[in-house]
Ligand binder design. Structure first.
Ligand code: GDP
Length: 450
């Protein structure tokens, strides 16, 4: 759902406008005692397409004494999360210094901004109209939220903008024209990278010899699976191409880093029959670079070959989970490159990760999760739960999201210094129960005073 944010100094009629836009469908997201505002977000179903309307006023009110900071927090929130921003001013009072300051902040954005001159209840008030043009907005709209004037027109204008901004929160599925996902096949020497690529490309091998290396340390191989196109970033390729198959590969962190950086998703190959420090080292690079990842447990054929399949698998997964405890979100796929076994499962996992990343929960759901966590585990918030309030959570929208976007969630609070790491971890694990964001890391940041 797209988000339309209402920004403006106090008393210009933001709440009234919010209620007008939301109609009867106000979803109470924030109903904890101690917070002045009880409504921050609601859906406007009168619009086509329907959108979420957000009143940023709730943020600033709890940042007690610092008025400038309050104004800034609201504007920043709007700029971060909204698709369209409604900047509300008071048509009766005229332009104030705070309006000018807000306008300055908002104008830095490339997002559609609509100046809403509210409280235009009578003809004689329209004399202020020209005064507001000095705020520098192309689009000026007059309303009376109290009397319900100009609301239908405002909704239509918003709708027009929403239809012209590309969807960001709900990204369209990959189409035939979308570039293939880039999968980096990485792992320590001897993990089986070369064998895996060989097993995959099989009869497509002839193509490979014609492909120029994109960098000195990897080769990009076009690969099709199940009708979908991928690009394999093959870090073992040069060695194979040079037919020094038996040469000992030395591990280079820089080389791995370059391939990981170029990838949309990392296929981390490990030798299931002996996981080592070096496997974790490669994994750490993936974590540091915040890349989506799946862990492929190769040489499954060598792992307790006599035992029952189910037991072998369970034991291996348990061992690998322990070994890669710092990547709990990564799917783990046992395969045998040598036997060509279970290779399909790699691509099933890649598609699950891709699909999950493209279907994040909406802002409303995200905030319900946030407040459920706060209500059920207040102690985790910090030592002084009373003066610390987490108000609102939102995804930060990127202009050019990666094909497998890594979510960046910002939490708005009245201060930043009290939030504990354990709380974030807990929040993330609860969120992941609702949103199976397999294989993708999450970025968290906190905004507020302090
Ligand atoms: P790379 O250094 O990561 O490219 O690893 P290679 O593909 O060269 O494989 C290293 C060694 O492991 C070779 O001797 C392979 O034959 C062997 N190997 C690779 N995959 C498997 C597998 O699934 N099962 C078994 N048993 N051996 C494998």
């Amino acid at each position: 759902t797209k988000i339309v944010a209402i920004v403006g100094r106090p008393n210009v009629g933001k709440s009234a406008l919010f209620n007008r836009l939301a109609g009867k469908n106000i979803a109470i997201v924030h109903d904890r005692p101690g917070v002045t505002r009880d409504r921050l977000i609601a859906s406007c179903r009168k619009a086509e397409p329907p959108f979420d309307i957000m009143d940023t006023g709730g943020i600033g009110e709890t940042i007690e004494d610092d008025f400038n900071l309050q104004v800034k927090a609201e504007a920043t929130l709007a700029l971060d999360v909204a698709d369209v921003i409604l900047f509300v001013v008071d048509g009766f009072q005229g332009v104030t210094p705070v309006d000018l300051e807000l306008a300055k902040t908002l104008r830095q954005s490339t997002k559609p901004l609509i100046l809403v001159v509210n409280k235009m209840d009578s003809e004689k008030r329209k004399q202020h109209g020209s005064e507001f043009s000095k705020l520098g907005f192309k689009e000026i709209h007059e309303t009376s939220a109290a009397h319900g004037h100009g609301i239908t027109e405002l909704i239509a204008t918003v709708g027009k903008h929403l239809n012209s901004v590309p969807a960001k929160a709900t990204r369209p599925p990959r189409t035939a024209t979308a570039p293939p996902l880039k999968l980096a096949i990485i792992g320590r020497p001897n993990a089986g990278k070369s064998s895996l690529v060989n097993a995959l490309i099989g009869d497509q091998r002839t193509i490979v010899s014609d492909i120029a290396g994109t960098t000195r340390d990897s080769i990009d191989i076009p690969y099709e699976h199940d009708g979908k196109a991928y690009t394999l970033i093959d870090t073992a390729g040069l060695r194979r191409k040079a037919k020094i198959h038996d040469a000992v590969e030395t591990f280079s962190a820089q080389q791995a880093t370059r391939s990981i950086k170029r990838a949309d998703l990392c296929v981390l190959l490990v030798d299931a029959s002996g996981m080592t420090m070096q496997d974790r080292k490669v994994a750490q690079i993936v974590v540091e670079l915040q890349k989506p990842c799946i862990i492929v447990l190769n040489k499954f054929d060598l792992y307790h070959p006599g035992a029952k399949l189910k037991d072998r698998k369970e034991e291996l997964l348990e061992t690998a989970r322990r070994e890669f405890f710092f990547m709990p979100h990564a799917p783990m796929i046992p395969i045998s490159a040598k036997e060509g076994q279970y290779l399909d499962k790699i691509f099933n996992a890649v598609e699950r990760v891709h699909h999950g990343a493209q279907n994040p929960p909406g802002t409303g759901a995200l905030n319900r999760i946030l407040h459920k966590v706060i209500d059920t585990s207040p102690a985790a918030l910090g030592r002084t739960g009373k003066s610390f309030n987490l108000l609102y959570a939102s995804f930060i929208k990127e202009d050019n999201p990666a094909p497998i976007p890594v979510p960046h969630i910002v939490l708005f609070a009245n201060r930043v210094d009290k939030l504990q790491d354990s709380f974030l971890r807990h929040l993330e694990s609860v969120l992941r129960k609702t949103w199976p964001a397999e294989g993708i890391p999450m970025r968290w940041s906190i905004r507020g005073k302090g």
